[in-house]
Ligand binder design. Structure first.
Ligand code: DX5
Ligand code: ZN
Length: 220
């Protein structure tokens, strides 16, 4: 069982509501919103006002991926703006336990995002306070990059880590996923699949979401 979370980073920002509706029509159940500050990552995208507008435009689960420095300063504001899921990077937060707890207390699902170069060991102490882990399979900052192949083993090891601790933490994987590799990513243990260019690069977002769902479904 997995969900597709289209990333609006690759959508047309002048017609976001239409692009989101198209993805929903194809079966997307989560909307992935990439927030970048030009400091933690070398790109600037969107922030709180856009999340507020999206909340009015759709009832779909809004998943905000905060690629910003000092995310603890803003995490609860994203919940108040309408986010249902908020992830913060382990590399960016000196007080991760506090931030995760505050997201949960504000009523949203709290996630830890982790870069390709950061070992899973960095999750050791805080995994207990997270509802999901956002495992990056590209270096954050841009859509349309290639999936880093060693991410598959990292997903498997994360799944093992979660099982060993008796947790129900969900695994979300982000970056470079398309119909050619989605089944491997799902098979490794991912439950939420982010896809930007694979959904919005084709000109047919609904059809692309359907294709991904089909390609990721493992028939037994
Ligand atoms: C990258 C973002 C991703 C990105 C995914 O920093 O976190 O969510 O939009 O785009 P694709 O699917 O094109 O790699
Ligand atoms: Zn993302």
């Amino acid at each position: 069982m997995f969900e597709i979370a289209p990333s609006i980073l690759s959508a047309d920002f002048s017609r976001l509501a239409d692009d989101i509706a198209a993805a929903e029509k194809g079966g997307a159940t989560v909307l992935h919103v990439d927030v970048m500050d030009g400091h933690f990552v070398p790109n600037i995208t969107i922030g709180l006002p856009v999340v507020k507008s999206l909340r009015k435009a759709t009832t779909i689960t809004i998943d905000t991926h905060l690629m910003i420095s000092d995310p603890g300063r803003y995490a609860v504001e994203f919940v108040n703006a309408g986010a249902d899921m908020v992830s913060v990077h382990v590399e960016a937060d000196h007080h991760l336990h506090r931030t995760l707890t505050s997201i949960r207390e504000a009523g949203a699902k709290a996630g830890i995002a982790i870069n390709p170069g950061t070992p899973l060991m960095a999750l050791e102490e805080t995994l207990y306070y997270a509802d999901f882990v956002l495992l990056m399979s590209v270096n954050p900052g841009f859509g349309g990059q290639r999936f880093i192949p060693t991410s598959l083993d990292k997903i498997r090891r994360l799944r093992q880590m979660i099982l060993e601790r008796g947790l129900e933490t969900r695994i979300e994987v982000d970056g470079g996923i398309d119909e050619s590799n989605i089944s491997e990513v799902v098979d490794a243990g991912a439950e939420i699949i982010v896809a930007g260019s694979a959904v919005y690069g084709s000109g047919d977002a609904a059809g692309s979401v359907r294709t991904l769902i089909e390609a990721g479904t493992v028939w037994v």
